[in-house]
Structure formats: C-alpha cells, structure tokens
Ligand binder design. Structure first.
Ligand SMILES: [Zn+2]
Length: 472
C-alpha cells in the first residue's frame, strides 16, 4: 500500500465516522434544554476553602475567594477576609478550589443540530473544562464563541480554529496567502493545519506571521518536524511527525509506510534522536498538545463494541457510538494496524512526553473530543491519567490544563490560575487533586465565567442528555 494510500485509508475511516456524526446531527432534531445555573452577575464567596492557585506547586489553606461579575476579585486568608453582606456564600471548608481546565484540542459540532452542539458544550463544562481550543472550525463556531462570551449560552470559553487547511483549499502559495487573510477576516483565532504542499505551507506561515495569526495542528508530510519548528508553528498536535524525525535517513525502508502517527516505522527509530527532537522543540518554543488518548484509543486492541460500553458513553448519541465502533472495526481490520507496533508507539509517545516535560518544553492538555471514543470533558480525565502514567506529576499534569493554556494564548493573567483579576473559571472539589488526579472528578461544583453550577444541577442535566441520547 502506498504511503499516500495508507494515509488516505486512515482519513477515510475518520471521514466515515465524521459522516455518521453528520447523519446523527440531522436525525436528532433540535432538543435545546433549559440552561441550569444562575446568571453570572452578582457576588459569590467560597468560604474556608483550600486554594490550589497553580502559580506554583502550593496550597493556600482556609481562604475566602470572592468572585464578582465573572471575575475573581480577592483571595485572602479566612481570618482576614470580609465576606460582603450581599454575597452568596458557598461553605467550602475542607474543600479544594482549583482553576477550570482547558481542552486544547477539542471540537464543537456544527450548526446542523444546535441541541447536540449545546450538549457537547455542557459535557465539557460538567467536567470542569471551562476553555476549549476548538480545532477544525466552521462558521457556526464563531457564532457560538460570541454567544458564550456574551453570556447568552452556557459553555466553555471558545478559541476558534479555522476550517482544516488542506491541499485542496491551499494548493499554491498564492492560495495559501489568500486563505490566511480570509480566515483572519472571518474572525478565526488560529489556522488549523492539515495537509498542504511544502511551498504553500511556507507562504501560509509567512502570511500568518505577518498578520499575527497563529497556526497549529498537524504537520504536512513534506514539511516534517524540522520544517514546522523552523516555521514557528504555534502548536504540534498528536505528536505528529515525531516518529518520522526519529528514523535516520538510511533506515527509511523502501515501500514501508509510516502508518498512523508513525506506527509503521516505530521499530526503526534511533533512540538517540528522541533527545534531538526534544532539544529542537525546546529551542523553537513550540507547544505540544499530545492527545495521548486519541492515539491510545486507535492503538488499543480492545474491540470498539467494548469501548462504547464505558460509563460516559451514555451521553453520546447512538449513531456517534456506532460510528466510532465501526471506524475501530475497520481500522483493526486494515493493514495499517499492527498490534505490536501500536503498543510500541504508545510506549514511545509516553517516553517522548516525559522527555519533553523534563526538558521544559511547553505542553498543553488535549484529548481530541468528541473524536474516537473521547466523550467531551470525560476524556480529559483519561488524558490526565495517561500523562501521569507517562511519569508526569499531578501538578505537572494540572499545569498543562490550567496555567499553561493561558500562557499559550499569551494571556497568562486572564485565566488558568486562582488570583484576583482572573476569569472566574473554577472547580470545587471534595479532595486534593495534587495528591491524586482522580480527585478532579470528585466535584462539588463548577464555576464558569462566574456562573455557579452545583453538582446536583450538573447531574440533572447529564441525566437529561443521557435520556435524549438513549432515545436518539
Ligand atoms: Zn481533532
């Protein structure tokens, strides 16, 4: 099978379940739900809470955190703090308050079915995901971004990537320049890189830098890791092209394809080149969004039919689940899938993540929901578990989802830490997440842009989403 054909077959599988998702959207009809939670205005006080500020690894015990009009206004020791008389008090003694999380490689469905898109937005928030960098955008995403920002719709703060930039959309340097300007005009926050010719990529990069629009995502095959780092690509997602970089020129096998994310070449790498890849990444300052979860779901030998029986799958429409199971079945039956190589790939990616982290390369949390068994919000907990299994401390994992994304966007003071002036995106927990990342799931409630959602309200709407999904 040619390299192009094997890449195409993976894309075909992806397309086939994307198409199924599309079918599902049109079949569902509109099922807009009432928004739980209160309006973001007014004052809220978390009283007696242990704060995990995420500015560095520490806990501030027994604090009062005051939120007003969607922002944190003060963080003070309880003994010294004044709780305003008109504040809603949340008794948080013995509980833990951390910043909301970011899904840095997420997706939000298109406008074909507003009910499904709104459910996806809620699934993120229900899990404490209060910021989403939504990759592979569409015009409907821009409208959702504005409605959320305006308080008209409950959801995470959205950063909207452009539609996937493909060879068809940008075949020549001129076309690439034009489309970058057009996406800027439309209001996208990022150019999402897919596959495009090397010279078009170069022109795209030049134009994007000239107008101050970042670009990230995949790396075109002809550009490679070195080319993307030299072009100052803002983020590399899925560790794309790292394996190919690690295979020395003289080991590249004639007629053997790299396969999905380099799995076909994983046995050919020069281990010494891991350090080289890491050093080059650190020098370039390029961010990585590993999406371990996406690739580990692809690489696992578990049947898709078993995977769609995991508890959180009940929140996804039936057709989406069937699409995932079918895509997994087709993938496992394809020549691209070699179980042993897939296991080696997972191991290599975990080692790469650990090495990048140890060397100080910037890492941001992302799982690629809702793609391939990644249920929005719920998948972030799996991703964090996989990062911990790669050897990152709980603090380092939480940093990748809080403080680091704020740094990635160039707005370190906007969100991602608990401090005065920050957007009031917060998760209140029963136990300390620095001791065990599973504690991020022991929620008391979530605050998104100052709107407080107690866990009972979250569960009530989750049940409604599950009922709608079962009936779909
Ligand atoms: Zn994606």
């Amino acid at each position: 099978m040619s390299r192009q054909r094997s890449r195409d077959s993976v894309r075909q599988s992806l397309r086939s379940f994307l198409a199924l998702i599309g079918l599902c959207l049109s079949a569902l009809g509109s099922t807009a739900c009432a928004q739980p939670g209160e309006a973001p205005g007014g004052t809220t006080a978390f009283v007696g809470v242990n704060v995990i500020p995420m500015d560095r690894e520490r806990v501030l015990e027994n604090q009062v955190v005051i939120v007003r009009d969607g922002r944190i206004v003060s963080v003070e020791p309880a003994a010294a703090a004044q709780v305003p008389a008109d504040a809603r008090r949340i008794d948080a003694a013995g509980r833990w308050l951390m910043p909301g999380l970011a899904e840095m490689h997420g997706h939000v469905p298109g406008p074909e079915d507003p009910g499904y898109a709104e459910d996806v937005l809620f699934l993120y928030v229900a899990n404490g995901v209060t910021t989403v960098r939504s990759m592979a955008g569409h015009p409907g995403l821009l409208a959702l971004r504005e409605r959320i920002a305006g308080g008209d719709l409950l959801g995470p703060t959205l950063h909207a990537a452009s539609p996937w930039l493909s060879a068809e959309a940008a075949a020549t340097p001129e076309a690439a320049r034009a489309i970058v300007r057009q996406h800027r005009q439309s209001g996208y926050d990022l150019i999402k890189i897919g596959s495009l010719p090397r010279d078009a990529y170069g022109a795209m990069a030049e134009e994007a830098h000239a107008i101050g629009l970042p670009f990230g995502g995949h790396i075109p095959q002809d550009v490679g890791l070195v080319g993307a780092l030299e072009a100052r690509q803002a983020s590399i997602d899925h560790f794309d092209r790292y394996v190919e970089f690690m295979v020395p020129q003289d080991r590249i096998p004639a007629g053997q394809e790299p396969g999905f994310f380099g799995s076909g070449w994983v046995g050919l790498i020069d281990e010494g080149r891991i350090a080289d890849a890491v050093a080059r990444t650190v020098a370039a300052g390029t961010w990585n969004v590993p999406t371990l979860s996406l690739v580990e779901h692809l690489a696992s030998s578990e049947p898709g039919e078993a995977m769609i029986r995991r508890p959180e799958m009940r929140y996804m429409p039936r057709r989406v689940l069937d699409g995932w199971a079918q895509a997994k079945r087709e993938f496992q039956a394809s020549a691209t899938f070699q179980p042993e190589a897939a296991r080696a790939l997972v191991d290599l990616r975990r080692r790469l993540l650990h090495a990048l982290h140890e060397a100080g390369a910037p890492i941001a949390l992302g799982s690629d929901a809702p793609q391939f068994f990644n249920v929005p919000g719920f998948s972030i907990h799996h991703e964090m578990g996989m990062m911990a299994a790669a050897g990152l401390s709980p603090y380092a994992v939480l940093e990748s989802g809080t403080r680091n994304p704020a740094r990635y966007f160039g707005t370190p003071d906007a969100f991602g830490t608990v401090a005065p002036g920050r957007r009031a995106d917060l998760i209140l927990l029963e136990a300390n997440p620095l001791e065990d990342l599973d504690n991020v799931q022991r929620r008391v409630g979530v605050m998104v842009r100052g709107r407080w959602l107690p866990e009972a309200e979250i569960q009530a709407r989750l049940e409604q989403i599950a009922r709608d999904a079962a009936a779909s």
